[in-house]
Design a protein around this ligand. Sequence first.
Ligand SMILES: Nc1ncnc2c1ncn2[C@@H]1O[C@H](COP(=O)(O)OP(=O)(O)OP(=O)(O)O)[C@@H](O)[C@H]1O
Length: 655
Amino acid sequence: MLFALEMDDGHSQRDPFMRSGFASGRSLGNRNARESNKRENTTTGGSFGVGKGFGNRDFSNNKFEEGDSSGFWRGYQDGNDSDASGASRRGGRGSKYEQDEGTQRTGGLFGSRRPALSGTGNGDSYQGRSGSGSGRGGYKGLNEEVVTDSGKNSWKSEAEGGESGDTQGPKVTYIPPPPPEDEDSIFAHYQTGINFDKYDNILVEVSGHDAPPAILTFEEANLCQTLNNNIAKAGYTKLTPVQKYSIPIILAGRDLMACAQTGSGKTAAFLLPILAHMMRDGITASRFKELQEPECIIVAPTRELINQIYLEARKFSFGTCVRAVVIYGGTQLGHSIRQIVQGCNILCATPGRLMDIIGKEKIGLRQVRYLVLDEADRMLDMGFGPEMKKLISCPGMPSKEERQTLMFSATFPEEIQRLAGEFLKAKYLFVAVGQVGGACRDVQQTILQVGQYSKREKLVEILRNIGDERTMVFVETKKKADFIATFLCQEKISTTSIHGDREQREREQALGDFRCGKCPVLVATSVAARGLDIENVQHVINFDLPTSIDEYVHRIGRTGRCGNTGRAVSFFDPESDSHLAQPLVKVLSDAQQDVPAWLEEIAFSTYVPGFSGSTRGSVFASIDTRKNYQGKSTLNAAGFSSSQAPNPVDDESWD
Ligand SMILES: Nc1ncnc2c1ncn2[C@@H]1O[C@H](COP(=O)(O)OP(=O)(O)OP(=O)(O)O)[C@@H](O)[C@H]1O
């Protein structure tokens, strides 16, 4: 049976990938066949594999999913990292699965910047899960379809009946491999690129009241010796602009909203001063307790990103008594609890798992001094915003006056900035490095006009020219990620894929295979758009453009990191992408990229409601939204100034 025949009519008519029948030859009608396909792939590890079953999806329900993939509900459901949603959504479809109780494998996520350990599937009795949500899914990216039973909000925290197994859905038993213990692996890093020094020329804007001056060197931060040693071992010799400004602000105890381009070192910008404070305050060494009370909670929207942040925290806290712990969905809850009870000063978590653990009274919030929202605009949007609100109103959580709240992102839409006020002290500082929401200038951006039906051919042509250079290909839906990955494998291009419908172990395996170069092409949905820091990603291809320009900026930011150069090619289909023409022209011109004449034409002929950006010449795409800002704010090259603001007025802007 051809794959297309399994789809509902409307869908198979619409989707050129299905119409093309490239999936022919695979029998997807039979659930067992799919699962055995999948098992085969899991045990062989590595690339996606021709003939692989398409993840865990039950295609008989595609109509439903497609129907739900747009509009308000998708927006609302986006950003969900909880597996419980998956359980409630997909459970009860009568699908069978077998639990992989107590299984473990090596490799994957922790293979950062060195060849990943092979996913040998050691003792791994993986069985695909068609109807389960637990153990996979998680992040419901902006552009990922979301399945609901009701057609309404499917988001539920794990505490509400997901991984905990309290109510429905299978237990998740995946235990991620432990991170490497040897010092070389902990401090493994890649080189800064030729444009690293050019960061110094980026304009920085600090707004708010009594901002402390920027520092120019690590020495000026006056950190303790152990931290300085770790910074040196990590290969950091010079501060990036966001670090120059944020470190003194955080050291001064101020709340901060910081916006800096992708790949410019925001993670260290918050970790270093937090650790410095902890060391200064003489933090008590972690010890076993049933209820742990961390001093710092860091949240991020995806499992892979929070894990990366954890590894950074572990690196910078090396040799100190500060213990960082990571917990995220798609892994065994008991494993998360075991990590926590051993001691926890810095808790890195995805929102669903965090709320679950809090609900289980394994984490007390009374000692929280620092709350960090990485990818803060994402953490506060409709997907995660409600969970974040719940978090700050949890019993014991210090009020915003008593804790320090820090928000970081490369994009900060104005409406989200306004929401952020609820989390931050009134006198928070706002740091804008370069253009808020601007693309990294080290990424050479090319926009090609390619219609739906020509995209695959174009993709293959580009990938063949690229050769073995590491490339991320972004597509709009999980289903298409599977299609394209399979298609590329058929074309003998070694490819793997990551998206919210893959099991967590598969996601980690895919990332590991991509990191180590075993699969130089990673097809991804927006689950991989933010934060991931993978060495040597030279190319990003937007096979499908995302629906929002911010997402575009994050996606292309997977290349051109830390002063390295990169390339991004985007397929623009005038039929579906014309709403993006105006913001794209702005992003391109602000980043001093060539703007194709045809794109400008579309941009000027398309009315985009609410888009007010001028297409050229602005210094900042967006700014601190506090209105009628009374103070002076200075616009300087990084490292030399900050604003002195006598009278901040929260609801007014200084522009
Ligand atoms: N001062 C520094 N010197 C050398 N390397 C650095 C420095 N600061 C950060 N890096 C490295 O730069 C890379 C990018 O940093 P990081 O992931 O924190 O960027 P980011 O701004 O958070 O990006 P994104 O917006 O995509 O999340 C990392 O590999 C990090 O180790």
